[in-house]
Design a protein around this ligand. Structure first.
Ligand SMILES: [Fe+2]
Length: 139
């Protein structure tokens, strides 16, 4: 049962990421679409989750094309956890993705090799309770 729930949430995450990608691809910046703050959330547009910014907006560290994405969020089993991180290029093509196992105590941190890419990129973090959060960064 728990395994089924885990895979169902993963599928929901893929659908959510795809929606964000299609919506944002038509805009200059995914942070400036009218869906930021309603369908997905950003530090600048937290919408209904304004009290949740600090624990949900992905934090990105770039060192020589190596990107580390961290969500400062608890991993409390299937009760409350970060489902995955996805990294997109400026056109919302997926550059990397990491699924997290909520049964592991290890925090939601992912590493992505973007040495072959230069420009604007996005990190998406998906919480099972507080939806998808997007952070823009440059490589
Ligand atoms: Fe959350």
């Amino acid at each position: 049962m728990e395994r089924r729930k885990f895979f169902a949430l993963g599928l929901a995450g893929m659908v959510g990421s795809s929606l964000v990608a299609r919506v944002a691809s038509a805009a200059q910046s995914a942070l400036s679409t009218k869906l930021a703050g309603s369908v997905y959330y950003t530090r600048e547009s937290p919408g209904r989750w304004s009290a949740k910014v600090a624990g949900h907006a992905p934090v990105v560290d770039v060192k020589g094309g190596q990107v580390t994405v961290t969500t400062p969020h608890e991993m409390n089993g299937y009760e409350h956890y970060i489902v995955k991180h996805t990294v997109f290029d400026k056109d919302m093509n997926i550059l990397g993705e990491t699924m997290f196992d909520p049964t592991q105590a290890k925090g939601p941190i992912s590493s992505h090799d973007l040495k072959g890419y230069k420009g604007t990129a996005y990190a998406l973090s998906m919480c099972n309770k507080h939806d998808c959060w997007l952070t823009e960064f440059s490589v």
